[in-house]
Design a protein around this ligand. Structure first.
Ligand SMILES: Nc1ncnc2c1ncn2[C@@H]1O[C@@H]2COP(=O)(O)O[C@H]2[C@H]1O
Length: 254
């Protein structure tokens, strides 16, 4: 299994793209502006998209992608998400005002996307990859995903602040090889991080103590301009952890 970082920034500007990870060739975890780094051929190979929550920076690529591949695919792309996230997508994006409802286009019986509700705790198995949804704590309903293939295990926190759901769920796995975890704000912006339900270094460090595994840790969703400060604040207080800043294009092999 491999995870390619198509986008991992908390914003845009220059080379920065928002959250989108490609698992092998056919799965996306979130579909932010990083999705636009895929070629048309690569987009046609995407069969499943798993969403962590309803915010634009995690799904902005979907409407544009489905229009781009509209005439070229025979089976719908399956969008997996929690019921609240799917309801938001239907009501606020695919509502014929912001974008046409591609879940009934070109025809209701053979649409280009299909929405598939998933509940926290549920596992979807796709060609030997077991994808588990885990509840987290964001300003809108949010989830993380843990993906197992063989013995290898990868997890992505989605957007979250302090919680007691992600860490016990990860501890239930026999191992954790790589963890992509968000830390959107620097400690100076802790008040904003609390309002927006994100981690800052202080709160992430406190939660990492709840994790029994010692994975490679990749920090994601850094707000543009604060990247170096956030990573320095984490590394200064976690010198013994294998902790690095995630960057666009980075490949995580498992
Ligand atoms: N009061 C607030 N609540 C939530 N988000 C906020 C607030 N003020 C500013 N924001 C920003 O809005 C952004 C929405 O996407 P994010 O959750 O990635 O990060 C959020 C913050 O950067």
């Amino acid at each position: 299994m491999q995870v390619r970082t198509l986008g991992c920034s908390g914003g845009i500007g220059g080379e920065l793209r928002t959250t989108c990870f490609q698992v092998d060739d056919d799965i996306l975890i979130d579909a932010g502006t990083g999705l636009g780094n895929l070629s048309l051929e690569q987009m046609k190979g995407i069969r499943h998209i798993f969403l962590t929550h309803s915010h634009l920076d995690h799904l902005a690529g979907i409407p544009l992608m489905v229009d781009s591949i509209f005439g070229d695919i025979t089976e719908p792309v399956v969008v997996h998400a929690a019921p609240a996230t799917l309801a938001a997508l239907r009501e606020h994006i695919f509502n014929w005002v912001i974008w046409p409802d591609f879940s009934i286009l070109p025809t209701a019986s053979r649409p280009v996307i299909r929405f598939e509700a998933m509940q926290p705790g549920e596992v979807v198995e796709l060609d030997g990859r077991r994808i588990e949804m885990i509840e987290v704590n964001h300003v809108v309903p949010g989830v993380a995903y843990c993906i197992e293939k063989g013995v290898k295990t990868f997890a992505f926190s989605g957007d979250t602040t302090t919680n007691d759901t992600l860490w016990p769920a990860l501890n239930r796995h026999a191992r954790l090889d790589a963890l992509v975890v968000e830390c959107a704000f620097a400690d100076e912006d802790e008040a904003l991080s609390q309002k927006a339900f994100h981690y800052c270094p202080r709160t992430l460090i406190a939660d990492l103590a709840k994790l029994n595994h010692r994975p490679r840790i990749y920090i994601t969703h850094l707000k543009p301009g604060a990247e170096d400060r956030i990573v320095a604040q984490l590394q200064a207080r976690l010198p013994d952890l294998e902790l690095r800043r995630l960057s666009g294009g980075q490949l995580i092999r498992l």
